[in-house]
Design a protein around this ligand. Structure first.
Ligand code: KIV
Ligand code: ZN
Length: 547
């Protein structure tokens, strides 16, 4: 058995499906590029049957990430897959999405637990077996690479699973993914389930990859995935930061770092460049507005912080006393090339290229202007500052409203007041002064008065990107379109919901960063309401180098 574990990332499908993780098509593309750069083997780009927007986003990823760039020396491209329920139209939509990738895959699924078959599908087990055989064969007639998932496998009868999976193999599936859809199993149970499937499924052979897919409802997703891998699974379905339905999916960084850090236990490898974890984690958090909890393993802001005196003393004596991984191995505190106000365009271009941002001349001009502005206020600029600056300048949805000026008065002597100047879609300048309970509230009230889109602020969080009084402040918000606004159908679940949008802003002035984050989220909401999530004009189109 191979000792290579394929990493299948579903941040853009299972992750994006979670409440509030909606990303625009440009953001999805950027995440896909980052995943490819870090060495992900398979990218699940979406669920094309959900909407034309979803299909279009998958198609762009298939073309722009799933094929080697023109003239590229290295041709390592990931498999691009898309999810489909076990019916012809979903499978056709998935194929339409991925077919232009160099390595396309169709991923189809049907539930196999008694609970799901009876209450959700209203099908009996024989019908399920028949449908799986028929639909896997249909997917195979379109695409050579087919993956099948028996949904809710964690609560399915193993004997029944062997039958269903045997039919899927017979019909042409080459990857069998075993979802613990509701995060119900324990590591011991999941180990036995995978072991049993490998041993007892009719037709199982070396060309079939068994895959783990775990949810975190009881906080055991990573432990379960690792147990399944020990039992012989050689593909792990994961998401960045563990985002996903309810409590989330297995987190990529946890599985990969467990395999790497405990190599003597697992004796397995992945193709992931772990130094990119911190960067990609921030990217996904910024785009989704889902903040990473500080104590999150590997990518939380406290994951490598030592506060207790005894721990600090130990660390000063030797790093290994309290650190089982080196922060630099996951991209935290990497040796930073320090740039300052005297650094030139060339140095900035080189550093950004090393970080994976290939800017053209016009984009570099913009980035350089922002860099100089920041360098006037902050003596030393490190990679984290540059990431924030690039995200803020380029990874925004199309600007509908732009912050053109902001002035606040606050303190203990009077009512906090903000005067906000916004440039509107027609180039018109809007000026508004408002009061609030604090300077951010005052600024948000003024912005709301100008941009009259009903919305509710669900979450607001602020943190500093680097240390020191002159650090850049980063603000993340999540807003929800208010009832009465356009509601969207989640085609997979068939329930209407009001979409949640994340916004992100960075500036050395946190009130400015707050205003930018709110405007960023409002712009996404407006664009989604008027053009769908796949707007024709994106704010940016800069490339990220694969390599
Ligand atoms: O959790 C799950 O069952 C899934 C499948 C659709 C693969 O995400
Ligand atoms: Zn799932």
């Amino acid at each position: 058995m191979s000792n290579y574990v394929k990493i299948f990332d579903t941040t853009l499908r299972d992750g994006e499906q979670s409440p509030g993780a909606t990303m625009t098509s440009a953001e999805k593309l950027e995440v896909a590029r980052s995943l490819a750069r870090m060495g992900v083997d398979i990218i699940e780009a979406g669920f094309p049957a959900a909407s034309p927007d979803d299909l279009e986003a998958v198609r762009r990823i298939a073309v722009e990430v799933g094929r080697p760039a023109l003239g590229a020396k290295e041709a390592r491209v990931p498999v691009i897959t898309a999810l489909a329920r076990a019916n012809k139209s979903d499978i056709e939509a998935a194929w339409e999405g991925v077919k232009d990738a160099q390595k396309p895959r169709i991923h189809t699924f049907l539930a196999t637990s008694a609970i799901h078959m009876k209450h959700k599908l209203k099908m009996d087990p024989e019908q399920v077996v028949e449908r799986v055989a028929e639909m896997v064969a249909y997917a195979k007639s379109l695409c050579e690479d087919v993956e099948f998932s028996p949904e809710d496998a964690g609560r399915s009868d193993p004997e029944f699973l062997y039958v269903v999976l045997g039919e899927a193999i017979k019909a042409g599936a080459t990857t069998l993914n075993i979802p613990d859809t509701v995060g119900y199993t324990t590591p011991e149970e999941y180990y036995s389930l995978i072991e049993g499937i490998i041993k007892n499924t009719p037709g199982m052979h070396d060309g079939i990859t068994v895959s783990v897919h775990c949810h975190d409802d009881l906080g055991m997703a990573t432990a379960n995935a690792l147990a399944g891998i020990r039992a012989g699974a050689r593909q792990a379905e994961v998401t960045v930061n563990g985002i996903g339905e309810r409590a989330g999916n297995t987190s990529m960084e946890e599985v990969v770092m467990s395999l790497k850090t405990r190599k003597p236990v697992y004796n397995l490898e992945t193709g992931i460049d772990t130094k990119q974890f911190s960067r990609v984690s921030k990217l996904v958090s910024n785009y989704t507005g889902i903040v990473v909890q500080p104590n999150k393993a590997i990518v939380g802001s406290n994951a490598f912080a030592h506060e207790a005196g005894i721990h600090q003393d130990g660390m000063l004596k030797h790093q290994t006393t309290y650190e089982i991984m080196r922060p630099e191995d996951v991209g935290v505190n990497q040796t930073q090339l320090v740039l300052g106000k005297h650094s030139g365009r060339h140095a900035l271009r080189n550093r950004l290229a090393e970080m994976g941002h290939a800017l053209d001349e016009v984009e570099l001009d913009k980035a350089f202007a922002r860099f100089k502005e920041l360098a006037d206020r902050k003596k030393v600029i490190v990679d984290a500052d540059l990431e924030a600056l690039i995200a803020d300048e380029f990874y925004r949805p199309r600007d509908v409203y732009i912050l053109d000026g902001l002035q606040v008065t606050c303190g203990t002597m009077g009512m906090p007041t903000a005067t906000v100047r916004l440039k509107g879609p027609d180039g018109k300048i809007h000026l508004q002064a408002s009061m609030g309970s604090g300077p951010v509230d005052a600024a948000y009230t003024a912005i709301r008065t100008i941009i009259k889109v009903p919305n509710k602020l669900l979450e607001f969080s602020v943190h500093s990107i680097t240390e020191g009084i002159d650090a850049l402040g980063e603000v993340t918000v999540r807003i929800q379109a208010k009832d009465g606004d356009r509601k969207t159908m989640d085609a997979q679940k068939e329930i209407p919901y009001a979409r949640v949008f994340g916004g992100h802003g960075a500036d050395s002035d946190i009130i400015v960063a707050s205003a930018k984050a709110y405007i960023n989220a409002l712009n996404k909401l407006i664009v989604a309401q008027t053009e769908g999530l796949n707007p024709t004009h994106e704010n940016h189109a800069h490339g990220v180098m694969l390599g």
